[in-house]
Design a protein around this ligand. Structure first.
Ligand SMILES: Cc1ncc(COP(=O)(O)O)c(C=O)c1O
Length: 423
């Protein structure tokens, strides 16, 4: 029993017998083969054919010279951010970070793993507001941030929900200020962007690039991530750091801090089995997005936006943004929320509660970093119009169940539930 069972708006709707997920792993069978190969040959640690093969295949697929397989996307982002810091400011003392006391411009509406590495390396994240056209870092706010903090030399930019951000503008601004870019393509593997007239993959647009194979991503290794680069020197450095920074000596010799961040050959087996299905998964996610777009077109909501001229998202998550005048009263504390149902209106938390009550998984929009308790005292730069776009998208937006295995019937029922929220 829940509040929706007795709500006449939802009369006649049955809960899903099997949970409909936000974005769950999709196995095909090939994964098991490569895992078994690792067992059969006893290459079950952080060396082996699966690792070599996924590095080769992903580099070729994305169009970079080197891919370094790591334990997760967060590890890739940490080492990418550390490398950027060392390039800019030199090798830190062992008990200091590579960004010690330095400011870094960061995407504001992203998962915190994108930007935590700035703090791991003792830097200070300055959050850059979001633009409404792709829900990514606003180039106009970035320009403004450089006016205010001209000494900054590093930008960490993510592509939210699989939609490429405005990387051409961000690159132009970075170049004008001699800044480097760490690109977080964890959510956007397989998405393409038109950079200077040429279609390229996300994960190749920064100076240091990262992807993730986390369980909810477009393909998964159950875990895992990669650092992507055209620089052999950078690839060697990241590989060395990820395996405890051993120097070439007969004994354990260390001249730099090390990490245990390398991908295992078992995880790599899973990734190897998934790589052939990237395009299939993207096509399924795109169909989910388009079905929502059509099914919700009569409601006062819009889908998460993208620039059709310049980008081909991977449609990892489908989201909605409710029109301001269709928002019923909704308040959120740090961990609690309230709303009041109003006929003809709804709000993200009501829709989320309704979806959950019928056994499907949605998720609030990622809470912006400048609103997070740990980063609340960090600076936040928005554009001159005084609108906090990140906070607004968080307030009015919602991630819908976007599983590529959701059937059209299941999705129609979710679309129906959303309609009933607006009754
Ligand atoms: C934008 C973004 N960055 C980084 C990560 C971290 O990746 P991982 O979970 O592989 O460490 C994730 C998701 O998990 C993410 O969504």
């Amino acid at each position: 029993m829940n509040r929706f069972s007795n709500d006449p708006r939802f009369a006649g709707i049955e809960p899903f017998a099997q949970k409909v997920w936000l974005s769950s792993p999709t196995m095909h069978g090939d994964e098991q083969h490569w895992i078994n190969e690792a067992f059969r040959t006893n290459w079950v640690s952080t060396l082996g054919a699966n690792i070599n093969e996924v590095e080769k295949q992903m580099a070729a697929r994305l169009g970079v010279r080197y891919a370094v397989a790591l334990s997760c996307g967060t590890a890739a982002l940490h080492l990418a951010t550390k490398l950027a810091g060392e390039k800019l400011y030199g090798q830190p003392r062992t008990n200091e970070g590579a960004l010690q006391g330095r400011r870094v411009f960061c995407s504001d509406m992203t998962f915190d793993a994108s930007i935590n590495p700035v703090a791991y390396e003792a830097g200070e994240a300055i959050f850059i507001d979001t633009e409404p056209e792709t829900w990514n870092m606003s180039p106009a706010a970035l320009e403004k941030a450089f006016e205010r903090y001209p000494d900054v030399r590093l930008i960490v930019a993510a592509h939210l929900y699989g939609t490429p951000g405005k990387m051409e503008e961000i690159r132009r601004i970075a170049d004008a200020h001699g800044a480097l870019i760490v690109e977080d393509a964890a959510e956007s593997l397989g998405a393409k962007y038109k950079m200077n007239g040429e279609w390229v993959e996300t994960g190749t647009l920064g100076d240091f690039n990262c992807i993730s194979f986390n369980g909810n991503k477009i393909i998964t290794g159950s875990a895992g991530g990669m650092f992507l680069t055209d620089s052999g020197e950078d690839a060697d450095k990241v590989r060395k750091w990820s395996t405890q920074s051993r120097e070439a000596a007969p004994w354990y010799q260390h001249a730099e801090l090390g990490y245990n961040y390398r991908m295992s050959n078992i995880i790599a087996g899973l990734v190897r089995g998934q790589i052939p299905y990237i395009e299939e998964h993207i096509a399924q996610k795109k169909a989910v997005y388009e079905r929502y777009k059509a099914g919700l077109s009569d409601l006062p909501v819009r889908m998460n936006p993208f620039d059709a001229e310049k980008s081909r998202p991977n449609f990892w998550l489908s989201c909605i943004l409710i029109d301001e005048d269709a928002m019923e009263p909704q308040t959120r504390g740090e961990t609690t929320y309230e709303y009041r149902s109003v006929p003809g209106k709804s709000c993200p938390m009501e829709i989320l509660d309704a979806i959950t009550a019928f056994n499907a998984e949605g998720r609030p929009i990622w809470k912006p970093m400048h609103l997070q308790p740990i980063y609340r005292s960090n600076a936040f730069v928005s554009t001159d119009d005084g609108v906090d776009v990140s906070a607004d998208v968080f307030r009015r937006g919602l991630c819908l169940p976007s599983d590529n295995k959701m059937t059209p019937d299941q999705q129609d029922r979710i679309i129906d539930i959303i309609h009933r929220c607006f009754r």
